[in-house]
Unconditional design. Structure first.
Length: 534
């Protein structure tokens, strides 16, 4: 208790230091005006004679200018708002059990209960200042789906304990000042002044927050200390599974104009699979028999849908492709709606790259005219027509795996196709990053950590693999599938899925198509049959 009181008292001292710096800045801005007032009063009372008139006029002008500039800057800084936190409000009627648990936790900690609860699609929890007497408790949505009720209560204990110092007037005022200055520091007009003020304020604010966290942690020691350690282990696991689910499962769907409407359900499956594979959570089977935290929600499915949509808009943004629709997709439809569509698009891009400019037929390199509509190249079935007098073919060649293996047998051709695919992929990525036309200025999505850049050969290997997957699905030898940790996968009945990557690598790196031909034969896939691209 002594440590708790000491941390709280020290936090208030640093908050007061922040406010004193603010007061000193205001005093400095008012100093010229105060001196001018003294000089004017001295002239009126007769204590200061005409010899002071010159200085009086100069200081009056300086005071007016300083006050005008200071007023303008203060107004602009006060209007600066930090970016809105990515949350969705959870009314009490939607989660009465959760509100009761939080209120009971606050009572046990002897602190004011949070005024509201909100969810964020991330593995984090905090108190959000709403400007009222008490803040909002923000809970990471993956915690509700993976943690048990007892674990969630233990995890939230130090966060809820922070409502005590958060309601202190000095701490609340210091936090608001720091947030406003931080938001104003990025503005062109107020930025220099805001950054100048943050220099002396920053160390005090950082120490204040450290002491507030220490006081909250000390207060929370009395509640479920043993469970807190277990909950922290599950938080690390949840973060790993959530990251894999977003980057490898959700991103392909978002890029296809779909948003998985059950990310909460997905994270449970991903974390269960992660626990089973890596044994990161011993005894997870018995743990899953306890009451999950999502039972505290009245309509978990609807809340899962709301948070899933927020996650798509937060990390990816709305679709930017012309005519694209932002539509939900269930996990049952994910293989057909996302996996198969992605493979078809990549296969079409591969054959487009092969059919642009020059392509190699049985008789060697044959000149072909530049296509008028690159997006539909390779989609026409039927054998290639005879060469015409002016060069080229009457019809575009069929999109078959035989053509792919024959074309990529040549080193120069592999480089050419890989370069074209890389350029097309880069242009499409730029289009995704560009703001949609006609929708005005909107906050950009936060975005996930960028994936490591892929070389042209790696992109070529991905596209060849996609073409093989399309051919396997067309032949009925495989089906599109979903792995909760790795994303889109090929469900093969008669061949080794892991060996496919090695066969494709041999083709892309060395031009050796024999391993891939053997894999196709073993899987019952005809390499000369056209691949469906749409």
């Amino acid at each position: 208790m002594a440590a708790l009181a000491g941390h709280s008292r020290s936090a208030r001292d640093h908050a007061q230091s922040v406010l004193r710096i603010r007061g000193a800045v205001f005093a400095a801005a008012l100093l010229p005006a105060a001196v001018a007032v003294v000089l004017l009063a001295g002239r009126t009372s007769g204590h200061l004679g005409p010899g002071w008139d010159g200085l009086r006029r100069v200081l009056t002008v300086v005071a007016v200018v300083v006050l005008a500039v200071a007023t303008l800057l203060v107004v602009r800084i006060a209007r600066a708002r930090p970016p809105a936190q990515p949350t969705t409000t959870l009314p009490e009627r939607c989660a009465p059990d959760l509100y009761r648990m939080v209120a009971d936790l606050a009572a046990r900690l002897d602190v004011p209960a949070p005024s509201a609860v909100a969810l964020t699609p991330d593995c984090d929890s905090w108190l959000e200042d709403t400007g009222a007497a008490t803040p909002t408790l923000v809970i990471g949505s993956p915690f509700l789906w993976w943690l048990r009720v007892s674990e969630l209560r233990a995890l939230l204990a130090p966060v809820v304990a922070g409502t005590g110092p958060s309601t202190h007037p000095d701490v609340a005022a210091a936090r608001r000042l720091v947030r406003v200055l931080d938001a104003a520091s990025s503005q062109p007009v107020t930025g220099p002044l805001a950054r100048l003020l943050l220099r002396p304020i920053g160390p005090h604010a950082a120490e204040m927050e450290r002491l507030v966290a220490a006081a909250s942690s000390a207060r929370a020691q009395r509640v479920d200390h043993g469970l807190r350690l277990m909950a922290q282990e599950q938080v690390g696991l949840a973060y790993a599974g959530w990251d894999r689910l977003l980057t490898r499962v959700a991103v392909p769907a978002w890029r296809a104009g779909r948003w998985p409407a059950q990310l909460g359900v997905g994270v449970v499956s991903a974390l269960t699979e992660l626990s089973r594979r890596d044994r990161l959570a011993e005894g997870f089977t018995s743990r899953l028999g306890e009451r999950p935290a999502c039972d505290l929600l009245e309509s978990p499915g609807e809340i899962d849908r709301r948070v899933s949509l927020l996650a798509g808009r937060l990390f990816h943004g709305e679709p930017t492709e012309a005519g694209a629709e932002w539509r939900p997709v269930t996990w049952a439809d994910y293989p057909e709606e996302v996996v198969d569509r992605t493979w078809r698009a990549e296969a079409a891009r591969l054959f487009e790259a092969m059919d642009t400019g020059r392509w190699s037929g049985p008789g060697g390199a044959v000149a072909a005219p530049e296509p008028a509509e690159p997006a539909v190249l390779g989609c026409r079935a039927g054998p290639a027509g005879p060469p015409r007098a002016g060069g080229g073919y009457g019809e575009l060649p069929r999109p078959t795996l035989c053509r792919v293996m024959d074309r990529l047998a040549d080193e120069e051709e592999r480089w050419t196709v890989a370069t074209r695919i890389s350029g097309r992929a880069a242009r499409e990525e730029e289009q995704r990053q560009a703001p949609p036309a006609g929708r005005g200025v909107e906050p950009a999505p936060i975005g996930l950590p960028p994936a490591p850049p892929r070389t042209g050969r790696e992109l070529l290997a991905d596209h060849v693999t996609a073409a093989v997957c399309c051919a396997a699905v067309d032949a009925g030898s495989a089906r599109p599938g979903l792995d909760w940790l790795d994303g889109p996968v090929l469900g093969v009945d008669r061949a080794d899925r892991a060996a496919l990557r090695e066969c494709v690598t041999s083709l892309v790196d060395d031009g050796d198509g024999d391993p891939l031909r053997g894999w196709l034969a073993n899987a019952g896939i005809r390499a000369d049959k056209p691949v469906r691209l749409v």
